[in-house]
Design a protein around this ligand. Structure first.
Ligand SMILES: C[S@@+](CC[C@H](N)C(=O)[O-])C[C@H]1O[C@@H](n2cnc3c(N)ncnc32)[C@H](O)[C@@H]1O
Length: 255
């Protein structure tokens, strides 16, 4: 199964790099909302959106607006895994004056470069934001290999806005997250949970993982995975039902 994870990572990296490298046309046959319309529908605050040129939203793919929840949590350090063009990272830097460090991780160098270009227009916020290329399917190994990177021992908030279901081995992944999360920290996930079983064999196809459904878990499965891992599933909030999944906000904390 290591082969499946490696192939999944490579396929997603190639797909998102293609998204980053071409005009909006690449995804036009895919029936998903995107760009400014998507961000408005998800409830991102208009004053924040108005600070950026409209075209800068073309390559953002959030599953929800996390900013209200993050403001309540008031983290000093944020690890945004699967950050894409780092829109959430930039907004967090702008709305959380107490936040000291935001680290975004993504496997698409193309999306990260778009994010770096945008951050360059906001030097004050860029100063507390670091974007690094790494593979979530081997996060532990990749972070160890980034020897020169001066990372804190732990983070107050680990955010995954649309990237959790793209991780293959979720149990192994949570072991890594547990090590990265501070004692009173929060893992905040926006992704789909299954509300009906997937057809047999559906998740064996890489293509079915690319839009976050093939790797979706049922809530009970998620609970089972984190049980005994020093983590508590604090809440699951359904934001929208799109059978066979529900778009959800998932909050996990250390026990
Ligand atoms: C649905 S998009 C969400 C992007 C971002 N959070 C946003 O709100 O725009 C999923 C992101 O996960 C990244 N991704 C997918 N698989 C990954 C992996 N194995 N390692 C790191 N990043 C990955 C993609 O490159 C993409 O940026």
């Amino acid at each position: 199964m290591a082969d499946f994870a490696a192939k999944l990572s490579l396929t997603l990296q190639q797909m998102y790099n293609r998204v980053a490298g071409c005009e909006a046309g690449l995804l036009s046959p895919v029936a998903i909302e995107r760009g400014l319309d998507l961000l408005k529908k998800l409830g991102y605050p208009t004053p924040l959106l108005n600070r950026l040129p409209t075209e800068s939203f073309d390559r953002t793919f959030p599953l929800a607006n996390p900013l209200t929840r993050i403001t309540e949590l008031a983290p000093k350090t944020i690890f945004d895994l699967g950050c894409g063009t780092a829109l959430d990272a930039l907004f967090c830097a702008q709305i959380l004056p107490e936040c000291e460090l935001i680290v975004g991780v993504d496997s698409s160098s193309g999306l990260l470069n778009e994010g770096r270009k945008r951050l360059n227009n906001f030097p004050l916020h860029a100063a507390k934001t670091t974007l690094i290329e790494a593979d979530l399917n081997q996060l532990n190994r990749d972070l160890r290999q980034l020897g020169s990177w001066n990372r804190p021992n732990s983070f107050d908030l680990i955010l995954m806005n649309g990237s959790f279901n793209l991780v293959y081995d979720k149990m192994n992944f949570f072991h890594t997250l547990t090590e990265l999360l501070s004692c009173d920290g929060t893992i905040l996930i926006y992704d789909f949970l299954l509300i009906e079983p997937l057809p047999p064999g559906f998740s064996d196809e890489i293509d079915n993982w690319l839009w976050n459904v093939g790797g979706a878990l049922h809530e009970d499965e998620l609970s089972r995975i984190i049980r005994g891992m020093d983590l508590d599933l604090v809440s699951v909030k359904e934001l929208e039902i799109i059978n066979p999944v529900a778009r959800c906000e998932i909050i996990i904390e250390k026990s």
